[in-house]
Design a protein around this ligand. Structure first.
Ligand SMILES: [Zn+2]
Ligand SMILES: [Zn+2]
Length: 499
């Protein structure tokens, strides 16, 4: 049993000592997808586990807003070509609605974080540089350029180009951050002289953010600047010779800082489509997913799985199974996944049935009342209804979809006399009690036996006469959700004069 083992987040919480800073970082270069959600949810689970053992912790998120735009991604207007190489924070929003390219992708992500009940302290890399947080780290990196280059070359087994520098100045002329070579370092002025591929020559003041450290140096520098002690990161950074390996050594040998407790995590694959990647279009954004699934269930999917394991995410039937598991949830993964927002008392799966019966909001409330739900908190209720509606439209497998037929379907002609008898008896049963789903469900079995038919044929008759399909939602719960007068009349009509 999984439960007898200590949860992975608690293992980490017990392993660390003293005040903890858990860091996450995602580059806002495109829609932040469900795969990226793993990083922040993993960090948040650790954060909660540490607080639960009474230790002090902070959760931070660094938005890598100062990274250059690497290419014109397929989702960008072709006109963005002129911005390649410029930092994301310095590029105008290609869609015109936010203050910069970076903010355009950060905004929906921040909203998603709120919905996932994750509340980190947010740092923007461009602000950190512009406010001088990196000044000392940059000076040290420039002065110890050779030591750093040796570490990177020997650990990554990769030759650095001649003239490589740990610092990339931002060219004043072309505004690119990865095209200039450093000519001279003047530590007393915190500046470098550079020569850019565009032909410009200039001076960059690194105390004012006129450039940034190369990723492999930026990361360990950041650990020290922010006091990071724990950090989850994608497995690709964790490979031998990867950026965590070089980062560890640079942290110790250049910055005299112990590297954080590493939590490498696996990818989230989209079932049947492989690794999620916004540049390849194999992606569901976090915001999109939160429109179709409960936030706590998405947390649960990640938290119940050990970080190093791959998650094969099926937003269709798989999500429904996950919701079920969560609704019967107990144990540590369930606890760490819960969110503070008032949740809806109507289970997701029941809403899938109810919303397909109801034609509007008022009717939905009636349907839910009939099946025994208070359906009180209208905001939570509306949110769940919206979630389920979106899920049905976007991800649900065909067999869970149905439509209650307004008139008797022609298929009832195919019903056997035994099936007709069963429907007539079921109508009579509903006349005595139409509000107890479990009793009614058992009645279907009892009646089948009475009239001498297979219970499966009785269920088929129910679905055929109401949905013009041979299957549907669990009968007892389905029938009690419908108006009893309607069902009784329909069963009588379908039964013909058998009654
Ligand atoms: Zn925008
Ligand atoms: Zn330039």
């Amino acid at each position: 049993m999984e439960e007898t083992r200590i949860h992975w987040a608690d293992v980490i919480a017990h392993a660390v000592e003293g005040q903890q800073v858990i860091a996450t970082g995602i580059t806002p270069s495109g829609n932040i997808h469900v795969g990226n959600m793993r990083e922040v949810v993993t960090a948040d689970a650790i954060f909660r586990a540490i607080e639960d053992v009474g230790k002090a912790a902070r959760l931070i998120y660094v938005a890598d807003t100062y990274d250059p735009l690497r290419t014109v991604y397929p989702f960008l207007p072709a006109a963005c070509k002129k911005y390649v190489g410029m930092p994301l924070s310095e590029i105008p929003d290609p869609f015109g609605c936010c203050s910069s390219y970076a903010e355009h992708y950060l905004r929906p992500f921040s909203e998603s974080l709120g919905q996932l009940d994750i509340n980190p302290e947010v740092y923007r890399a461009d602000q950190m540089y512009k406010n001088g947080l990196y000044t000392d780290a940059t000076k040290v990196a420039l002065e110890r350029r050779d030591v750093i280059a040796d570490i990177i070359e020997s650990v990554s087994k990769r030759k650095l180009p001649a003239g490589w520098s740990p610092y990339n100045p931002l060219c004043e002329q072309c505004r690119r951050i990865s095209s200039a070579q450093i000519v001279e370092h003047t530590p007393s002025r915190s500046s470098v002289q550079y020569r850019c591929q565009c032909g410009a020559e200039g001076v960059a003041d690194y105390s004012r953010g006129q450039g940034k450290l190369a990723w492999r140096v930026d990361w360990p520098a950041r650990w020290k600047i922010l006091g990071v002690t724990i950090e989850p990161f994608g497995k690709d950074h964790a490979v031998a010779g990867g950026s965590y390996d070089t980062g560890q050594r640079i942290a110790r040998e250049v910055y005299g800082y112990p590297p954080p407790y590493p939590v490498p995590y696996g990818h989230i694959h989209l079932k049947g489509r492989g690794k999620m990647s916004s540049s390849k279009g194999v992606t569901i954004t976090i915001s999109e997913m939160l429109e179709s699934a409960p936030a706590d269930v998405l947390r649960y999917m990640i938290i119940k799985t050990k970080p190093e394991k791959l998650i094969d995410f099926d937003p269709g039937l798989g999500l429904l199974t996950l919701v079920d598991e969560f609704d019967h949830g107990e144990g540590r993964a369930f606890e760490l996944s819960r969110i503070s927002e008032q949740s809806c008392d109507v289970p997701f799966k029941h809403m899938v049935t109810a919303i397909q019966i109801a034609n509007d909001c008022d009717e939905l409330v009636q349907v839910l009342h009939r099946s025994g739900y208070n359906a009180l908190d209208t905001n939570a209720l509306k949110k769940r209804a919206r979630n389920v509606r979106n899920w049905l439209d976007r991800f649900a497998p065909e067999f869970v979809k149905f439509q209650v037929q307004r008139s008797v379907p022609v298929q009832v002609k195919t019903l056997t006399s035994g099936q007709r008898k069963a429907l007539a008896k079921l109508a009579a049963a509903l006349e005595t009690n139409s509000s107890d789903p479990e009793w009614l469900h058992n009645e279907v079995y009892a009646i089948s036996e009475e009239v001498g038919i297979d219970s499966r044929d009785a269920f088929k008759a129910i679905y055929l006469s109401l949905l013009a399909k041979t299957s549907g939602p669990r009968a007892g719960w389905f029938l009690t959700s419908l108006s009893p007068e309607f069902v009784i009349a329909r069963f009588k009509e379908a039964a013909g004069d058998m009654s």
